[in-house]
Design a protein around this ligand. Structure first.
Ligand SMILES: Cc1cc2nc3c(=O)[nH]c(=O)nc-3n(C[C@H](O)[C@H](O)[C@H](O)COP(=O)(O)OP(=O)(O)OC[C@H]3O[C@@H](n4cnc5c(N)ncnc54)[C@H](O)[C@@H]3O)c2cc1C
Length: 400
């Protein structure tokens, strides 16, 4: 495949590069460069989203009528690569990349008119309420109830692992609105205002000492029936559509290429000459390039109007495994500085500050290496675990 950029694409690349160079403050750049997980510092990420929204680039993949860019596959890819290269903080995927496609695909006109512009500007910040204590991989067994009472649902139950529930003002939830049919049929996709009475958010502190995930308890929370997206009881259909975007809507390779460059730069003197270590780096580089080709092909199919399909599962498995590999190699490069447990470094999902830096904590790349290592373990669990993705592939590709 010839992936040499055309003159027009190179012009676009320069425009994007120039935008990042002039618009990213040192603080924003640091928020992107020193992230400890897949999430950047919430406030800085939102600030950056507002700037991108002014430029018209906050949600390039949306249809143009709702604020998307109408870019070609190449332009999307160039933008992702330049973003990663410039160290711009990524935007939270929950609204722009997950809830919005569900609204665009299945929402009413009123829902689109209200939620899409506010999601774009960051005024509405979403979290995703799917998982429950006993319903993760087996999502269809979820129990959070939505009992109809006139024009409202009365919601009771618990969600868990909800990323950014502590800062979100809206949540898109899967709730059980009926228990009469088979499990998948009684589920509705419901938008809930997090400021509603009866909602309690409790923090989950991760191994790194950071607070990014939460538990949410719903007690008699009143939600208008008008907040159901799609049909009442048709939430499974909406959720499956959305999950494909969660797994396959973004390319992993642009960030992986930058992680690889940063890893090379962070290696202490002599390490790149070590044949055993450089063989591991070469293997990683080849696998990242192979993923890049796969992703370009998948994005090409997307731009022709398709959904990600099973390519989403391939990208999720390969992308997260390679990210994990990058964090393992970074920990190896960090050597003695990559100590395993640094709860004092906990700034939620953002840049790391070290009150104990005076104790000579080593180079900054080495300081964040253990945090990234631990946070990246979750990559093969969330958004549908990699075992579940393999099940999907086996069923779809081999018909087993
Ligand atoms: C950091 C993080 C952030 C998250 N953010 C969110 C969020 O914002 N919103 C949200 O709703 N959820 C979120 N989740 C939850 C996530 O989606 C679930 O953890 C995931 O779906 C797995 O479910 P579980 O934790 O209940 O594990 P289980 O489903 O109990 O799985 C346990 C193990 O068994 C394996 N397994 C289960 N079933 C099968 C099977 N049929 N075949 C083969 N292997 C199987 C799994 O792969 C896994 O290894 C997050 C999770 C993490 C770790």
């Amino acid at each position: 495949m010839d992936i040499a950029w055309s003159a027009a694409e190179l012009k676009f690349r320069d425009e994007v590069r120039d935008f990042f160079a002039t618009q990213l403050s040192d603080e924003l750049r640091a928020a992107g460069r020193w992230m400890t997980s897949v999430y950047a510092d919430h406030k800085l990420s939102l600030l950056w989203q507002k700037r991108l929204a002014q430029q018209g680039w906050a949600a390039p993949a949306w249809p143009v009528e709702y604020g998307g860019c109408g870019w070609s596959v190449a332009q999307h890819y160039i933008f992702a690569r330049e973003r990663a290269q410039a160290g711009a903080p990524p935007l939270s995927p929950m609204g722009i990349s997950m809830c919005a496609p569900a609204l665009i695909g299945h929402g009413s006109k009123a829902q689109k008119d209200y939620f899409l512009p506010r999601t774009l500007s960051g005024e509405i910040f979403w979290c995703q309420g799917y998982s429950e204590p006993n319903s993760g991989s087996d999502l269809a067994s979820l129990k959070m109830s939505a009992r109809r009472e006139g024009d409202n649902f009365i919601c009771n139950g618990q969600k868990i692992w909800t990323t950014h529930a502590d800062v979100a003002n809206w949540i898109f939830c899967l709730v059980r609105s009926s228990t009469e049919d088979r499990p998948q049929k009684g589920i509705s996709f419901l938008l809930i205002d997090m400021r509603s009475p009866g909602i309690e958010v409790r923090p989950i502190i991760s191994l790194t000492g950071e607070h990014i995930q939460n538990e949410i308890f719903f007690t008699d929370v009143r939600v208008p029936v008008a907040n159901v997206v799609g049909e009442i009881g048709g939430g499974w259909h909406v959720a499956k559509y959305l999950l494909e975007f969660e797994r396959g809507g973004t390319a992993y390779a642009p960030e992986l290429q930058v992680m690889l460059e940063q890893l090379r730069a962070a290696c202490p003197p002599g390490m790149l000459d070590d044949p055993a270590f450089s063989a591991k780096l070469a293997d990683a580089a080849i696998r990242i390039s192979a993923l890049e080709m796969f992703e370009l092909r998948a994005m090409s199919a997307l731009s022709a109007g398709g959904a990600p399909g099973i390519a989403a599962s391939v990208m999720k498995i390969t992308g997260t495994e390679l990210r994990q590999l990058m964090t393992e190699l970074s920990l190896e490069a960090a050597g003695k500085w990559g100590r395993g447990y640094r709860p004092e470094a906990g700034v939620p999902g953002g840049p790391v500050s070290y009150p104990h830096a005076a104790r000579n904590a080593g180079p900054r790349a080495a300081q964040v290496a253990p945090l990234r290592y631990f946070n990246e373990r979750a990559g093969s669990i969330y958004a549908g675990s990699n075992e579940i993705q393999r099940n999907i592939l086996v069923k779809a590709a081999l018909g087993i």
